[in-house]
Design a binder for this molecule. Sequence first.
Ligand SMILES: C[S@@+](CC[C@H](N)C(=O)[O-])C[C@H]1O[C@@H](n2cnc3c(N)ncnc32)[C@H](O)[C@@H]1O
Length: 199
Amino acid sequence: MSKEDQLRWNQRFADGAYQGRTHPSDLLAQHQNLLQSLTYDNNAHALDIACGLGRNSAYLLKHGFNVTAVDISDVALSAFRKAYGDSSQLSIVAHDLDQGLPELDRQFDVILKIRFLSEPLLRTLRKHLKPKGLLIVEVLMQTEENQTAGPKASRFRIAPGGLREALAELNILHYHEGTVTDPDGKVSVVAQAIAQRCE
Ligand SMILES: C[S@@+](CC[C@H](N)C(=O)[O-])C[C@H]1O[C@@H](n2cnc3c(N)ncnc32)[C@H](O)[C@@H]1O
């Protein structure tokens, strides 16, 4: 990502983008039962890739995870830090994910990648999961429909079947391609998956 793109994201957040989206991703909230089994010893670690304002990180913190949250937008991250920065369970990292993940000194029980598409990055995530760790992904999907939220350009949307193919080395526990209605009423066409590292 160029400096220009970073400035574009900063401008979007400075203009108030996503401020109304305080609810966690439905995909995450609806599978809370899967998360519960991971937090029994208070030592579970989650990685939130492209965390934005941190709505999903906040949900994971509330449910007992230590969270490492990564994003390129310092405007989004400073708003997130202001709201949650005091938590000793939270580590916020400013980083360009087009360069891959930042240096990480651990594997994770959960990796979250919600509404941020980078297929090359997606294919590297297995090694960052602990055995039995979960990868939770939701990305916009290419569609002929016009009345859906989000950018229309196909480079921001995965092809049908593309997510399943990218996760071929993981055990898929949940998979859905199609429309979802967010709690704010917006309809999006997405591919979503919850996949587990087997060993
Ligand atoms: C649609 S928002 C989703 C935010 C969050 N995952 C959520 O569900 O609320 C996409 C996020 O990706 C971040 N982003 C875009 N390109 C990035 C890059 N190259 N490296 C890191 N973050 C990036 C943006 O700053 C923005 O916060």
